[in-house]
Design a protein. Structure first.
Length: 320
């Protein structure tokens, strides 16, 4: 009796399942209909795979470790003695906390003065280059001067010139102007170079500036300079902040042109002081590593201070 009564139930269940599939369930007809109409799957959206999510979450951690690996090497080896460094590997922890390399570089090479020279040159270039870029880009992008396309390409070509081509003519010019071993020789040079790049970038941005805002400022009686200071600059402030940060970092790391123009010990920047640690026959490796660590710390602190400015500027540039 049990077998006789269970068979019709089983048959009804199977028929019901086939009928549900034919009415739009997960059968072949339902899958074809969903593909045509874009309807969601009957069981709802698929759950994300935990293994795939774990890999995506681990990817930023792996990239952060790769980026931080050179800094970790500097930190591990900067406080080793020369004997400890010679007898151990670069990844081995120091047996004792040795600070003679840091003290020797700080006192013998006058690191505070070199740090001030780098801050003064890089900060001045960043501010002046942004000002020059804004003035040039306002004339090219909003002022609509004649030949603005060719002028913009000319500013772009100025960034394509290798610095080796600029050494001799600039050296001769600054020698006649009595500006050798003067920080202003480097400031003038990199203000022009960085300003050319900023002009090319901002000219494209100001070329798409909303005309309604400019017309409203003109109806209010604002002059061109007033429009620039009170309207254009505040609107483009995030982009200008990003440019200023990049100009500072790029100028801080420059080596060839400052090496050619700055010869006095009191005018050297941090990269030039680091170069003096490399001897002709031998090099104190631990002192060089300690000096490299000291020279990297200011740029890291500067980046951490202006990290929110960079994020805000990039986000503002991505959303119109």
């Amino acid at each position: 009796m049990t077998t006789v009564h269970s068979a019709p139930g089983t048959s009804r269940t199977a028929v019901g399942g086939r009928a549900g599939a034919s009415r739009g369930g997960d059968g072949p007809g339902g899958r074809a209909r969903r593909r045509r109409t874009g309807a969601p799957r009957p069981g709802g959206p698929r759950r994300p795979h935990p293994v795939g999510d774990g890999r995506l979450a681990a990817l930023p951690l792996v990239l952060a470790l790769v980026i931080a690996f050179p800094l970790i090497l500097l930190l591990v080896n900067a406080f080793k003695s020369p004997q400890d460094y010679a007898t151990s590997g670069p990844l081995d922890l120091p047996t004792s906390f040795h600070t003679d390399g840091v003290v020797r570089f700080w006192t013998e090479k006058n690191f505070p003065l070199a740090l001030w020279n780098s801050f003064f040159i890089a900060g001045t270039v960043a501010v002046l280059a942004v000002v020059v870029s804004v003035l040039n880009a306002f004339a090219l992008g909003i002022g609509r001067v004649r030949g603005r396309t060719w002028l913009t390409l000319l500013f772009l070509m100025a960034n394509l010139l290798p610095q080796e081509m600029l050494v001799y003519p600039l050296f001769t010019m600054f020698d006649k102007a009595s500006l050798l071993s003067n920080p202003w020789s480097v400031i003038i040079t990199f203000t022009v170079i960085q300003g050319a790049f900023g002009t090319y970038l901002l000219a494209s941005l100001y070329g798409t500036f909303p005309k309604e805002i400019l017309e409203a400022a003109a109806l209010d009686g604002a002059s061109r300079f007033r429009t620039l200071v009170s309207v254009v600059v505040p609107v483009s402030r995030p982009t200008l902040s990003v440019l200023m940060v990049f100009f500072f970092i790029w100028t801080w790391n420059e080596f060839l042109l400052p090496l050619s123009f700055l010869n006095r010990p009191g005018s050297l920047t941090v990269p030039l002081v680091l170069e003096q640690l490399s001897g002709e026959r031998q090099t104190d490796v631990t002192t060089l590593i300690s000096a490299t660590l000291l020279s990297v710390i200011p740029t890291i602190v500067f980046f951490l201070i202006f990290q929110r400015t960079l994020t805000r500027g990039i986000t503002a540039g991505a959303v119109k």
